[in-house]
Write a protein that binds this ligand. Structure first.
Ligand code: GDP
Length: 363
């Protein structure tokens, strides 16, 4: 294995320290780990991986996601082919986004809901988008001790957030991972994210339904319950409704319901409601799922689900298109030089950003 490292290909010029990720040549991020350092790199057999995924093989599903997450250009081609071939087998799951501040009980809730769903005969995949891991190698969501009981179950598949990169890149990887999980017959896909801003909007753009997990008594300002986040949600669950906290949780849910009446609905014709649950005790899980099923009826009957997925597909394409244009632009050495000179001129106050735009596009 070569020790030489380089900045990933998608990194923009002049990128700061937020681009913490480094790629070891010829290896995916996972393969580059010290434990695997001595292993020869296996050839990627797309047909074998495809057949394995369709047969529900979790090891091959995992390898396929590693391929999708790789920043190497060669892997990108393989990943694109694989995802495209599996596309006809995808799309049959229910995709649910789950957000909430750290400590709200997301992993406890997902474990509880996931095991409950598996008991009902479902196959559950959990994917995460962790905005912290896009900025540094640290992560709020990614540690392996979370959801242990769920991860041990053969009808579950849990994948932490891809590390490194910009949110847009992570979003592409997660969208492709959804397709792979669906092809492996996971019929419920839970996408978890931390409630800290931009990542909710990203997750909202790839799911059918969005659930916000809250806790009572932490104070709105602490929990960052903002109108914007509430307006993204199709269901709000006030978690930790147990013991001494039960009454407070019920009051909080009541208060949220009265506020929700004045807010814009996330989904046409659907009044978002708040209800309580205890992820720890397993209460309110059935009721939460009943609400999910009513929502699904609502969006299917009115054609909203089909329309939403079409719009999301288009947005996905547009996001990738813009990303590819930028990459294509910087692949040209002369463009890069011109860009650097223009940025320098803007910094020194010699050039206005709008004039700079005309210059860079040679208008
Ligand atoms: P996350 O950061 O949102 O994933 O939150 P965790 O699931 O890690 O939960 C944070 C803490 O809250 C843990 O100590 C959990 O045991 C606790 N917790 C989670 N759900 C409940 C619940 O329903 N009731 C109570 N009492 N504690 C809970």
């Amino acid at each position: 294995m070569t020790k030489k490292t380089s900045i990933p290909e998608w990194t923009p010029p002049n990128a700061g320290k937020e681009f913490a990720s480094r790629v070891v040549h010829g290896k995916t991020n996972t393969e580059a780990s010290p434990q695997n350092a001595s292993k020869p790199k296996p050839n990627i057999d797309i047909e074998e991986i495809k057949a394995g995924i369709l047969a529900g093989n979790r090891t091959l599903l995992s390898r396929a996601i590693t391929l999708v997450e790789s920043n190497s250009r060669r892997h990108f081609e393989d990943a694109r082919k694989l995802v495209n071939e599996l596309l006809p087998h995808a799309g049959k799951s229910l995709r649910i986004g789950i957000t909430g501040t750290p400590g709200a009980g997301k992993s406890t809730f997902i474990e509880s809901l996931g095991l409950w769903l598996i008991n009902q005969g479902h196959k559950v995949a959990v994917l995460a988008i962790d905005p912290s891991s896009t900025i540094s190698k640290g992560s709020i969501l990614g540690d392996k001790t979370r959801m242990e009981a769920l991860s041990r179950h053969q009808n579950s598949f849990i994948r932490p957030s891809p590390s490194g990169g910009i949110l847009g890149g992570v979003a592409r990887k997660t969208r492709e991972s959804i397709i792979l999980c669906e092809a492996a017959a996971y019929d419920i896909i839970l996408i978890e994210t931390v409630g800290v801003g931009q990542s909710e909007i990203t997750v909202r753009s790839m799911v059918d339904m969005f659930v916000l997990l809250q806790i009572a008594g932490a104070g709105d300002e602490l929990q960052g319950i903002k109108k914007g986040i509430m307006e993204l949600a199709d269901l709000i669950l006030v978690n930790k409704a147990d013991g001494d906290n039960l009454m407070r949780a019920q009051i909080a849910a009541g208060e949220l319901n009265s506020v929700l009446h004045y807010l814009q609905n996330a989904t046409e014709g659907w009044q978002t409601k708040a209800q309580t649950c205890s992820a720890l005790e397993g209460t309110g899980i059935q009721e939460a799922w009943d609400m999910v099923l009513s929502f699904v009826d609502h969006v299917k009957e009115r054609g909203i689900l089909t329309q939403r997925r079409q719009q999301q597909g288009l947005q996905w394409f547009n996001d990738m298109f813009k990303e590819a244009l930028v990459q294509h632009f910087f692949a040209n050495e002369a463009n890069l030089t011109r860009y650097n000179r223009i940025v320098n001129d803007i910094n020194q106050g010699k050039l206005s950003p709008s004039l700079a735009l005309s210059e860079i596009l040679l208008l």
